[in-house]
Design a binder for this molecule. Structure first.
Ligand code: ZN
Length: 865
């Protein structure tokens, strides 16, 4: 073997690539590269791009890096760490670091990711875990400056550089003298800043170092870009999945806001990439209901002074939905959450609801402004780390709720992409709310409702012939068209045909509609308006009054109980309370007029089923009104009638008077919702207490009339007294009406069984009809007695109602006792057959039946009306 020439070697290697690779792998990998790069450790060829490296060596280095890239594709930090190790070696830098750039809350920032990397340091020691990150805004330090300017900086002496911050040095005790820092940029975006610190064998990094730095960093750049692209891709797919889902949803006809909300969040939960999130739903009522304002107006409750949403609503989370995605997936619904619930106690959701800001916080428990729970929030042992909270806004820009996301699954803080993706979601949620309870859809619904009502009106509005059946101008005046009649002529002929109030007991609490036909009741109604002298005073054209009264009658459906007869009875009782009961003294003629009219209308278009049934059957009415569903419908219907000028009995009032009437309609009709009964009970009692103590009647009148709130409360209670008045009627009447009520309940029970496939409550279960007397006694004791007792105390003229009630209680009680006795006998028999009975056992059964009676009475209350 002679001398081997360079050509021979080259040719051999070219012919045997496998050998060449294996050789250089062995020879040039890892530590070997370090030795080679030592000065003098190898020849320095002229074309070398890395200092001290031959092309061959450089190729090997690149190969190594590419392998690292392939192997560590899953972990960007691990791959970057390898690159930084080599970089420290090549540049003869004391150490290298990498900072990631991101944006939160709309501001860019840099965060430490790999610190103090040397050629031999361990990855685990250099990696900065998310909760120990050091985060800078871009206006602090050279790293921030690099990210901001997107330029490479070679700083020979940090002390002379105005951007240098010794913050990190003070924390670590390390002294930075000189450095080389460069951004890694993709497009316009800075992904990271890589920094080499303190040149080992010189006072500063050279121009040549800069070149090596930039060349070598292309690899780090590739790693980061690859990772970033992957991340963006997953963001995009998450986003598009959410959007795809959203798009589908829009076409769905939706019924219940909350159910939809819940469905939405549940569907997208896997894309949210966080350990937990909670949705706080905000009460949307801008103006409080009149019955909730009463205690404030009476000075019993302090006016609200807490935080408000930008559109002026009190910040009130009425429900929290808590989605737990770590460990065992679970969803918790917390209705009326207490203020110290872990999702609310920090004050962050309230803050977001108040300001509408997106808040992205890392290491939330350390925050000073908000007080997040520091320890585990529940038995799962889970703790809050990073929090992203944002408002859910509908198209009207009202904040309808707050979504709060906790702890990104990879442990990193939420970044701008998370902000975007959650914003997309919450935006959609806000829009979806729109489908059911806000503008566009609402308008559509209102339109639909208007159309439906218009159609209905054509059928219900009294026809000229129907009016003629009461207002007999043709027969009596021999005039063909009503327009040709004088108003006073019409009044005269109408009065002639209306029943005598005394003859039909119109002034009596004991009045019964049984002997009177439904058509005749229309005339009775007209008579009542004439009796309170409002027709002349408020210039009500009798033709309009007749048409309105007849139309109201037609507005009532032919259901078993809530029909025109019930509507009329409530009007008649209102009249009797005002006149015979002398409650009129607190009210103006206009108010009395409105109260009487509202009483006649109060159950118009009732469907013979209660509010609960509307909700359970998701009737269109339930979609329209959130609470007091039927009552709001009766109100809307009544107001719609008045919009037709030929039906507007208030047409000659001025604007302010008309507004008063509408307001009284609202209070009076909504007040018939028995679910609101408890809200007014004690307030009414206090008024009665105060009046009882007064020396003179004038004093009491002044005490009440000076305060519109007191008048409203009394009126609301009067509506209840009217609505329940059947319970005070003579026994022959009450016993029959009670059966009508019961029958309507049983019919609803049948519907629940057949349509909803649910077991009705005992009150609505016709198989338990024998329990009716017991239910009546319970209803009298738990609801009615208070109403008539207080009214009797208020005005002794009303005592007949209380007497009637107490008499009926005796009757129902004896029937209930009879039934109980019968049942007891049956039971005794059964027990005797079985053998031993103990006193304790008897006692228990008595107690149980008491409890059953009590709970039934309660049910009775909430489901009645
Ligand atoms: Zn009613």
């Amino acid at each position: 073997m002679g001398e081997i020439s360079q050509e021979t070697v080259e040719k051999y290697l070219e012919d045997h690539p496998q050998f060449a690779k294996a050789y250089f792998d062995r020879k040039l990998r890892g530590e070997a590269a370090g030795e080679i790069s030592e000065p003098g450790g190898a020849q320095a060829p002229a074309r070398a791009s890395f200092p001290g490296l031959t092309l061959m060596e450089e190729a090997a280095l690149c190969l190594e890096l590419l392998e690292a890239l392939r192997e560590e594709a899953g972990s960007v930090e691990l791959a970057a760490h390898k690159a930084l190790q080599r970089l420290a070696q090549l540049l003869r830098a004391d150490r290298c670091s990498m900072f990631l750039c991101r944006a939160r809350n709309g501001s860019p920032e840099v965060a430490s990711k790999l610190l103090d990397v040397t050629s031999t340091s361990k990855f685990e020691d250099n990696l900065v875990v998310p909760d120990r990150e050091v985060v800078f805004p871009l206006d602090v330090g050279i790293v921030g400056w690099v990210a901001h300017t997107k330029k490479t900086f070679n700083v020979p002496d940090v002390k002379k550089n105005s951007h240098f911050s010794d913050f990190m040095d003070r924390q670590t005790g390390y002294v930075t003298r000189n450095l080389l820092a460069t951004p890694i940029v993709t497009g316009k975006e800075v992904l990271a800043v890589v920094m080499a610190v303190n040149k080992v064998d010189a006072s500063e990094f050279s121009k040549r170092d800069e070149e090596v730095f930039s060349k070598y960093l292309s690899f780090v750049s590739v790693i980061l870009k690859l990772h970033h692209t992957n991340y963006l891709y997953s963001i995009e797919s998450r986003r598009s999945q959410i959007l795809m889902w959203s798009a589908n949803k829009v076409f769905e006809e939706l019924t219940d806001v909350e159910r939809q909300f819940h469905k939405a969040l549940y569907t997208v939960r896997t894309y949210l990439n966080c350990e937990r999130y909670s949705i706080g739903l905000l009460d949307m009522t801008k103006e409080k209901e009149f019955y909730d304002e009463w205690p404030v107006k009476l000075g019993e409750v302090e006016p609200y002074k807490g935080p408000k949403t930008p559109d002026g609503r009190e910040v009130m989370f009425y429900k929290i939905i808590d989605y737990i995605l770590h460990g065992k997936e679970e969803i918790r619904v917390i209705p009326t959450p207490p203020a110290d619930h872990w999702t609310l106690i920090s004050g962050l959701p309230t803050y977001v609801a108040e300001n509408g800001f997106i808040c992205n916080m890392l290491n939330a428990p350390a925050d000073e402004y908000f007080t997040f729970q520091k320890g585990p929030v529940d038995e799962t042992g889970w703790v809050i780390k990073n929090v992203l909270s944002l408002p859910i806004v509908n198209k009207k820009e009202d904040i309808v709720g707050v979504a709060t996301f906790y702890n990104r699954k990879d442990g990193k803080p939420f970044d701008e992409y998370d902000e975007h993706i959650t914003e997309t979601l919450t935006q959609f949620l806000g829009w979806s709310l729109l489908n059911t309870d806000t503008y566009e859809k609402m308008n559509k619904l209102v339109n639909r409702k208007d159309i439906a009502q218009e159609m209905l009106m054509n059928h219900t509005k009294a026809t000229p012939d129907e009016i003629k059946s009461i207002l007999k101008f043709k027969e009596k005046l021999n005039i063909d068209v009503i327009e040709d009649c004088e108003e006073n002529q019409l009044v005269t002929i109408l009065k002639e045909d209306l029943p005598d109030p005394q003859a039909v007991d119109l002034y009596e609490f004991r009045f019964s509609d049984f002997p009177i036909t439904e058509h005749e009741l229309i005339k009775c109604g007209l008579r009542l308006f004439l009796e309170i002298n409002v027709v002349e005073k408020f210039k009500v054209p009798v033709e309009v009054l007749t048409r309105w009264m007849y139309t109201v009658r037609k507005g009532y459906r032919a259901v078993t109980y809530h029909n025109w007869r019930h509507g009329f009875n409530v009007g008649q009782t209102m009249f009797t309370l005002l006149m015979t009961g002398r409650l009129k003294k607190y009210y103006t003629d206009l108010e009395a007029f409105a109260m009487l009219a509202a009483a006649f209308c109060h159950d118009i278009d009732h469907r013979g089923t209660n509010n609960l049934y509307q909700m359970k059957s998701t009737s269109p009415l339930a979609r329209l009104h959130g609470s007091s569903i039927l009552e709001r419908h009766h109100l809307e219907y009544s107001k719609t009638l008045l919009q037709d000028e030929s039906l507007n009995i208030f047409q000659n009032l001025n604007k302010r008077q008309f507004e008063t009437v509408i307001h009284l309609f609202e209070v009076a009709i909504i007040a018939t919702d028995l679910a609101l009964y408890f809200k007014k009970r004690t307030m009414f009692q206090k008024i009665v207490d105060a009046c009882e103590k007064m020396e003179t009647e004038e004093e009491a009148i002044k005490y009440v009339t000076i305060d519109p709130t007191k008048k409203e409360i009394i009126m609301a209670m009067m509506m209840t007294a009217c609505d329940l008045s059947a319970i005070t009627k003579p026994w022959e009447v009450q016993s029959q009406v009670a059966l009508l009520v019961a029958n309507e309940f049983w019919e609803q029970g049948d519907l629940e069984r057949t349509v909803l496939q649910q077991q009705p409550i005992p009150m609505m279960d016709r198989n338990k009809k024998d329990e009716l007397p017991k239910l009546q006694v319970g209803f009298i004791d738990f609801v009615c007695t208070f109403v008539y007792k207080e009214f009797s105390r208020f005005h002794k003229e009303i005592i007949p109602m209380l007497n009637g009630l107490q008499n009926n209680r005796v009757e129902w009680k004896s029937l209930a006792d009879e039934y109980d006795a019968k049942m007891k006998v049956n039971e005794e028999k059964k027990k005797q057959e079985e053998g031993n009975t103990t006193e304790k056992g008897k006692m228990e059964s008595v107690l149980t039946s008491c409890k059953v009676a009590e709970s039934q009475a309660e049910l009775n209350l909430t489901t009645r009306a």
